[in-house]
Design a binder for this molecule. Structure first.
Ligand code: AMP
Ligand code: ZN
Length: 471
């Protein structure tokens, strides 16, 4: 059975969904005002591995929501600077995030809500009004605040002392006046030049924390949801405040398990936009690295341990992934013959080790070690010719099973199958070549064919037209 460490209890706990076979999971998504960096993607890749483990190892259904924070100071400021409406501005960054997520092989969550969708703004407003009815709020100059002294359990997730909370809260301070520095804003009053909505709270815009509480419960149903997740920096104040809002409004526990991914560091400092030490996926590929190797690197360490990003680490990830891919190619050349029980035993051992590593609070490092033990043993069997083609098929199937969770080999295969230049460009050149041939400029037509061949794309003329394939 899967055991997951929950920040709420500071313990590993056996995990099963509360309702039937479906895991209801919420993860805080990106703030869409810039390209996400690979630190952000450490969190999203680890949560993707969690999602795949729940599906393929534990055999649960998963219903996951990951939000886009598309209204806050940074998105509003960015849109103003770019001189475009907020929605248009955040659309661009959402598109960029989706591209990067696809390049890293992240599965698409069932729900990807935007805070500014009307249904979500209505849900936030209703939650704020419920908090108001339950006596947890006060209004000041058109803004609405959560009064944390009304919730004795406040602080149960972060377990900070009063002083620590004040420190954390200071980060969250804005120019609005509050009774207690630890109180936080639920709804910010309308201000010139800022977008504003009113679904019963008075005109204004949501504070950051309320969106996740409201969207999680609107999209995932009755509390408590099973898993709430994010990076460790979100424990306080964001997740603490999400608990306060959801529990203050519904009077029921919000989430059963809280999962937090430790940071990605560079030179032992947290990778963050404010420190200026960030890399995007484009920075990684510009250095000739494949996204599949980055995914490998990001999932190679246990998610609760810090991971230090280095270029040497990237090289090693490339090398490790290449070993698996080369190994799969070697399996193709194995000759038929009698089955060899030790190979099948090695596969069974690897299956068990892989599963128990992931069940042990998602120990991906140990899961990868199980994969490489199998690679080593079977490579030795291939050298000694103590493996049949049928055994090789069983080994291949096991690696494919492992990769349903890891998602690195399939990603690498997609990368390899992808044409080296965009398909639209190839098609445009085919048409240009066609036009050149029609005007009998065969030299120009040949130059196009030659140019494509140099880039790894071969043209094939058929009666029905010209087709292309990868060299
Ligand atoms: P943001 O777009 O800043 O709201 O962050 C999106 C997600 O990335 C959150 O879950 C953050 O906790 C996470 N995150 C931010 N920086 C890092 C980092 N250096 N390493 C891992 N996760 C991070
Ligand atoms: Zn959130």
């Amino acid at each position: 059975m899967l055991r997951l460490y929950s920040t709420l209890t500071r313990r590993e706990e056996p995990f099963a969904p509360a309702q039937g076979n479906t895991v209801r999971m919420y993860a805080c998504g990106p703030t869409v005002y810039a390209r996400a960096h690979i630190g952000n993607f450490r969190t999203f890749v680890c949560l993707d591995v969690l999602r795949r483990t729940l599906k393929h190892v534990c055999r649960y259904e998963v219903r996951q929501a990951v939000n886009y924070t598309d209204v806050d100071d940074k998105t509003i400021g960015g849109a103003q600077q770019a001189g475009v409406p907020l929605r248009e501005y955040t659309d661009r960054w959402i598109q960029a995030f989706r591209e990067d997520a696809a390049v890293l092989g992240l599965e698409t969550p069932e729900e990807a809500p935007r805070a500014t969708d009307e249904a979500n703004l209505r849900a936030m407003s209703e939650m704020i009004l419920a908090l108001e009815r339950n006596g947890h709020t006060y209004r000041r100059d058109g803004s609405i605040y959560f009064r944390i002294s009304t919730l004795p359990e406040y602080g149960k997730l972060a377990r900070l002392d009063r002083e620590g909370m004040q420190d954390g809260a200071r980060v969250d301070l804005d120019e609005y006046s509050k009774d207690d520095p630890r109180d936080f804003v639920l709804w910010k009053r309308e201000r010139p030049g800022e977008p504003s909505w009113d679904f019963g709270t008075g005109p204004g815009r949501p504070g950051w924390h309320i969106e996740c509480s409201a969207m999680a419960l609107r999209l995932l149903g009755e509390p408590p949801i099973d898993i709430h997740a994010g990076g460790v920096d979100l424990i306080f104040p964001h997740h603490e405040n999400e608990i306060a809002q959801s529990e203050g409004a519904t009077r029921r526990p919000f989430a059963r398990v809280w999962v937090h991914v430790e940071h990605l560091f560079v030179e032992h400092e947290k990778m963050s936009k404010s420190l200026g030490n960030i890399y995007t996926i484009a920075d990684i590929t510009a250095r000739g690295h494949r996204p599949s190797a980055l995914r490998y690197l990001l999932l190679s360490a246990h998610y609760r341990k810090p991971l230090n990003f280095t270029w040497t680490g990237m090289d090693q990830a490339e090398e490790a992934l290449r070993r698996i891919v080369d190994f799969l190619a070697r399996l193709d050349d194995v000759s038929p013959g009698d089955s060899h029980p030790p190979v099948l035993q090695a596969v069974e051992g690897a299956r068990q080790a892989f599963r128990s590593a992931l069940e042990d609070d998602l120990n991906t490092a140990a899961a990868l070690a199980a994969v490489f033990d199998l690679v080593r043993d079977v490579n030795a069997a291939i050298d000694a010719r103590t493996i049949s083609a049928a055994d090789a098929g069983v080994v291949r199937q096991a690696i494919e099973e492992f990769d349903r969770v890891l998602g690195v080999v399939s990603l690498r295969q997609t990368e390899d199958a992808r044409p080296p230049i965009p398909v639209e460009e190839i098609e445009r050149l085919i048409q240009e070549r066609q036009a050149a041939r029609q005007r009998r400029d065969f030299a120009a037509a040949d130059r196009i064919r030659q140019g494509l061949a140099e880039q790894g794309v071969l043209l094939e003329d058929n009666p029905g037209g010209t087709r292309w394939k990868k060299k």
